[in-house]
Design a protein around this ligand. Structure first.
Ligand code: SF4
Length: 363
């Protein structure tokens, strides 16, 4: 039996479901996952329909495309409108709507040079192949993807490719969790912490969840048994009134994370305030290029600003990302807003909770 298949074993999952029911002992539990891969895994595996009715699953701000702010999309469009600039981006950003519903896809259709790449290194190759243009890589994502961008910046320096820079809009998970908990309306009782991000961070950066907010945090993997084990640990901590931050995904996550990747991040980036869709400006929740790398920083090099913009009318992605409503409570869900005609980013991204609800649940 392959390793991951072992964590899909129905008998193992049945046992964990029974353990979860015992730990709950009739109580309810509202947990939030903050990873787009968890969102999809929970729907795709059918786990949602197996969980006890007293368990409420909330999707948080864990999909990088979904949390990209309207003002950031406006900056993408600003770049796409400039002469001798090639915008290099992952494909899932292409359809994210910004001010007036306009996206990079619209700009591309009108002749802007917007190229889809599969890695930051592809964007660097694009720069090497177009020496008379400036290639800007759109750096979005969390602690998991930012080290690969830092490694690309290092390569750009070593190969002396000078027509390459990054618009760094990377975001950090722990400050977003703190912002959620600081909101008086927050109904989250426990967090399923992101497996991928935690391979870089380890456990320490989440410690405040238990020590300051008395909320359990469990790092979980992505197979059904991984998720169920994490839910059991949350329910047991709540039952025992003993909140803690623990690692239930030790086959991938070391408790100390990946110090080498963090050192690379620290070499190029420093924490900065960041705009999150739905959550607004969160102090020190983003990564900006350090001043000594201004030539690699699209903001400094191209004198780029994030403008004040109006939110998308009618879209309730902000409430979805804070766990205040489930996607079907948005009046546009499944009507004006579908994966084929997305109004908001939570329906654009395959990891968005609106798209997951649309694809996997009855509506
Ligand atoms: Fe936004 Fe569409 Fe989700 Fe409504 S259904 S919150 S419009 S993405």
């Amino acid at each position: 039996m392959q390793l991951n298949t072992a964590f899909q074993d129905p008998q193992l999952c049945r046992g964990l479901l029974q353990r979860l029911e015992r730990a709950l002992d009739g109580r309810s539990m509202r947990f939030m996952e903050v990873c787009g891969t968890h969102t999809v895994a929970i729907f795709q595996s059918g786990l949602r329909s197996l969980l006890p009715a007293s368990v409420t699953h909330l999707s948080g701000p864990g999909c990088p495309v979904c949390v990209t702010h309207d003002a950031e999309v406006a900056a993408f469009l600003d770049l796409a409108g400039r002469d001798r600039v090639i915008v290099a981006t992952f494909g899932d950003l292409l359809r994210v709507p910004g001010p007036g519903g306009r996206s990079l896809k619209h700009a591309q259709a009108q002749g802007a040079r917007v190229e889809i790449v599969y890695s930051p290194l592809d964007a660097l190759s694009l720069a090497a192949a177009n020496p008379n243009d400036t290639v800007v890589f759109l750096g979005i994502g969390f602690e998991t993807t930012a080290p690969t961008v830092a490694a690309t910046l290092l390569t750009a320096r070593r190969r002396k490719i000078e027509n390459f820079c990054v618009l760094s809009l990377h975001k950090l998970v722990p400050p977003a969790l703190r912002a959620l908990l600081d909101d008086a309306s927050c109904a989250v009782e426990a967090f399923l912490l992101p497996g991928h991000v935690s391979t870089i961070l380890g456990l320490q950066p989440y410690g405040f969840l238990a020590s300051e907010y008395h909320v359990p945090g469990v790092v979980g993997g992505f197979e059904p048994a991984d998720i169920l084990l994490a839910l059991c640990l949350m329910a047991e901590q709540l039952r025992d009134k003993a909140p803690a931050v623990v690692n239930a995904y030790p086959r991938a996550v070391d408790d100390t994370g990946n110090p080498k990747a963090r050192a690379l991040l620290e070499q190029f980036f420093q924490p900065a305030d960041a705009l999150w869709r739905g959550l607004g400006r969160i102090p020190q929740s983003g990564l900006a290029l350090r001043p000594e790398y201004a030539d690699l920083d699209a903001m400094a090099r191209l004198d780029l600003r994030l403008p004040e913009v109006a939110s998308l009318p009618g879209c309730r992605c902000g409430d979805v990302l804070k766990g205040r409503i489930a996607p079907p409570a948005c009046p546009l869900f499944g009507k004006k807003c579908t994966p084929a005609t997305p109004v908001g980013p939570c329906m654009v991204s395959t990891e968005g909770s609106c798209a997951a609800y649309f694809k996997y649940s009855e509506h």
